[in-house]
Write a protein that binds this ligand. Structure first.
Ligand code: AP5
Length: 230
């Protein structure tokens, strides 16, 4: 089992890079934002609660997200192979809860990769971001446009703007979410597994740098089986 935590401020490129890393390692992506948006669309009790926070750019409370995210991690594919975690953990309490859940099974976070981008570039990126209505595939009208305008290359569904990509909400997300993100980065820095990558580069060089960071440290990664055998 290989568990990779992908860190970055809102708009840093986590959703763009997570599928690339997932293909490289042969593991699924678990994205907390996608999970919450699906609940909002379905109108579940969780979705109604989450929407109150997401629409204001605030983090959903730890007690709500930890339970549902860790349930996803117990899913068959992730439990066997591991996963790329996009958007979780976002606070130190979430990081501690993740460590505890993995330790129960003799596992751990193997890599924490931090995509760093300056704030003003993030605000501009999110103004031109579009996602597909069906599956949340990520585009950018300036830096990563679809082949056919306003249509997803992968599933043909229409491209839409996320409601929380309005500039005022983006700035609220930055102000409220970057300080706890830095605490999460410190958590993994202390554990000696944090690697930072320059997210100002174009998408492909960022992918290359993330894969190089994974491969450079994978020699020290033991599988869940090997770890449990100790
Ligand atoms: P979530 O969906 O996770 O949003 P986020 O972390 O704010 O991240 P984004 O999805 O906005 O950005 P990204 O880093 O994935 O960038 P992307 O690849 O799209 O969470 C949404 C909300 O849910 C949160 O605000 C919170 O309320 C709640 N939530 C989620 N998880 C939670 C948790 N654990 N705890 C509590 N609350 C939680 O790229 C952005 C744009 O830039 C795209 O247009 C892309 O094409 C473009 N781009 C990407 N890379 C590059 C590049 N290298 N150069 C140029 N353009 C690029």
């Amino acid at each position: 089992m290989t568990v990779v935590v992908l860190l970055g401020a809102p708009g840093a490129g986590k959703g763009t890079q997570a599928p690339v890393l997932a293909r490289h390692l042969g593991v699924p992506v678990l994205a907390s934002g996608d999970l919450l948006r699906a609940a909002v669309t379905a109108g579940t009790a969780l979705g109604l609660e989450a929407d109150r926070y997401m629409s204001r750019g605030q983090l959903v409370p730890d007690h709500t997200i930890v339970r549902i995210f860790l349930d996803q991690l117990k899913g068959a594919e992730a439990a066997a192979a591991g996963a790329i975690l996009d958007g979780f953990p976002r606070t130190r309490a979430q990081a501690v809860a993740l460590d505890a859940a993995l330790t129960e099974h003799g596992d751990r976070v193997d890599h924490a990769l931090y995509i760093e981008v300056p704030l003003e570039e993030l605000v501009a990126r999110m103004a031109s971001r579009r996602i597909c209505a069906a599956n949340g595939h990520v585009y950018n009208v300036a830096t990563n446009p679809p082949q056919v305008p306003d249509r997803c290359d992968l599933d043909g569904s229409p491209l839409i703007q996320r409601p929380d990509d309005q500039e005022s909400t983006v700035r609220a997300r930055m102000a409220q979410q970057v300080p706890p993100l830095e605490e999460v980065a410190d958590h993994y820095r202390s554990a000696g597994i944090l690697r930072t990558v320059d997210g100002r580069l174009p998408i492909d060089p960022v992918s290359d740098a993330l894969i190089a960071a994974l491969d450079a440290t994978s020699g020290g990664v033991r599988t869940g089986e090997a770890r449990r055998a100790h």
